[in-house]
Design a protein around this ligand. Structure first.
Ligand code: NAD
Length: 422
């Protein structure tokens, strides 16, 4: 078994590369293909001059990295966060390539990011940043080229501005240039819930493997944004007991179970801090990761489970809602503890799968009912879960390596068939 080769544990690009390396070695990937798939196709930095509400001008830095278009248009979100770095965007772009390939949808991978704090920007400032970023990248984007979506700190409204700006430059409405749009402008039913729903689907498959029922499972969710709050709600409805939840402000713990619907109203309806919710005890967001549970679901940010703390993780199944919540150095520790990891590139692929459905619906100009979206999503994720588990058993590797192997094999096969353009 190949070893992890990351040098800087918290550099997500190195972490992504280390996992790629392990899987590529296990597959016996040829050196040339290995080199080609290791690096992104293209990357760009854009400097965005923005007139702020007080009349001053500020320059924001944005990135777009296209990792691969071998299997179809590049696909990936745009992250708005003060912590965005080019390395982070590179890692996220390559994860998108592998994620789309694991679930076998015809997209490559990309990612974008803008260094900004959306909490500190007015709506007008956020709109101007989004429009300028889109205008700078209007030759990169397009339904056949590169299709953005929301990520940390961006949402449906941001996608509506991207779609409008791109359409203005194209002189006609192009709905298929982004996914995760509002329903009224070509969004898909079920897209907002898709990542959380996907997490429920893969957790159901995993607990089935261990002979558990939802009612046997205590769940802890880190992050209560789009992904975490939907996953917690759907799992609660499916009979899982959600005993811990956290967000940036703190954590909440209740051994008897948290009423997630009420918590949602508290946070999103009443706009009150999550840790102040009366239905549980206040704990730190880090600490909550190490309480005993059957399913641990990190759905916030990267690098939460590291070589420093992986030995404290006390769950049966680790279902990665966030991208990169576990470092490459933590992988062997989790394996030693016999924790079944559903890796991010499979676990949170529900979002991009329904993004694919949205792109298909926009292109055909015909929209599906929500039950059709959910049914197709379930079919794809259950099938992909089965394929990953099969490969894991055949090669005696962990689930993460198996998922990467499945993905790399598909991208490499497409590349061999297409050949290298001189
Ligand atoms: P979001 O901005 O809606 O929510 C993020 C949540 O994490 C918030 O509740 C925030 O308070 C919390 N958080 C941030 N730092 C934290 C910390 N240190 N401890 C605890 N909580 C913390 O973002 P999202 O769309 O839910 O994305 C979450 C993760 O899932 C990201 O890694 C993203 O890349 C990944 N992801 C998102 C989608 C999608 O469809 N939105 C799809 C696939 C993967």
């Amino acid at each position: 078994m190949a070893t992890i080769a990351a040098h800087d544990e918290l550099n997500v690009y190195e972490s992504a590369e280390a996992r790629f390396e392990v899987a590529a070695k296990e597959l016996g990937l040829e050196e040339g293909l290995y080199q080609f798939l290791k690096y992104p196709n293209k990357e760009i930095a854009v400097y965005l001059p923005i007139v702020m509400d007080d009349g001053s001008m500020q320059v924001f830095v944005g990135y777009r990295v296209q990792h691969s278009s071998v299997r179809g248009p590049c696909k990936g979100g745009i992250r708005y966060s003060p912590g965005v770095t080019l390395d982070e965007v590179r890692a996220l772009a390559s994860w998108m390539t592998w994620k789309c390939a694991v679930v076998d949808i015809p997209f490559g991978g990309a990612k974008g990011g803008i260094i900004c704090d959306p909490q500190k920007l007015s709506r007008g400032e956020l709109e101007r940043i989004t429009r300028r970023y889109t205008a700078e990248l209007s030759e990169w984007f397009g339904p056949e080229k590169d299709v953005p979506a929301p990520d940390l700190g961006s949402d449906e409204q941001v996608m509506a501005w991207v779609m409008d700006t791109f359409s203005m430059h194209s002189r006609h409405t192009v709905t298929g240039v982004v996914t995760g749009k509002p329903l009224d402008i070509g969004g898909s039913r079920g897209r907002r819930e898709a990542t959380g729903r996907g997490l429920l689907i893969v957790c159901n498959k995993a607990i089935e493997k261990f002979g558990l029922k939802p009612s046997d499972c205590r769940v802890i969710v880190q992050g209560f944004g789009n992904v975490g709050s939907v996953a917690a709600q759907l799992m609660h409805e499916a009979g899982y007991r959600i005993i811990g939840v956290s967000d940036i402000h703190g954590g909440l713990y209740n051994e008897k179970g948290i009423d997630v619907a009420k918590l949602h109203d508290w946070v999103y309806g009443e706009q009150r801090p999550l840790p102040d919710f009366p239905g549980g005890d206040r704990v730190s967001p880090q600490e909550i990761l190490f309480r005993p549970c059957e399913v641990l679901l990190p759905a916030a940010v990267e690098n939460q489970i590291t070589s420093e703390n992986a030995h404290l993780v006390d769950c049966r199944i680790l279902c990665e809602g966030a991208n990169g919540p576990t470092t490459a150095y933590a992988d062997p520790i989790l394996r030693e503890k016999d924790i079944f990891v559903i890796p991010d590139i499979l676990a949170n692929a529900g979002g991009v799968t329904v993004s694919y459905f949205e792109w298909v619906q926009d292109r055909q100009g015909m929209f599906w009912r929500e039950r059709e979206v959910n049914h197709r999503l379930q079919d794809i994720l259950e099938h992909s879960f089965g394929e990953v588990v099969q490969l894991r058993e055949a090669h005696r590797v962990n689930t993460r390596t198996a998922a990467y192997m499945l993905a790399i094999r598909r991208v490499a096969s497409a590349l061999r068939l297409r050949g290298i353009y001189a």
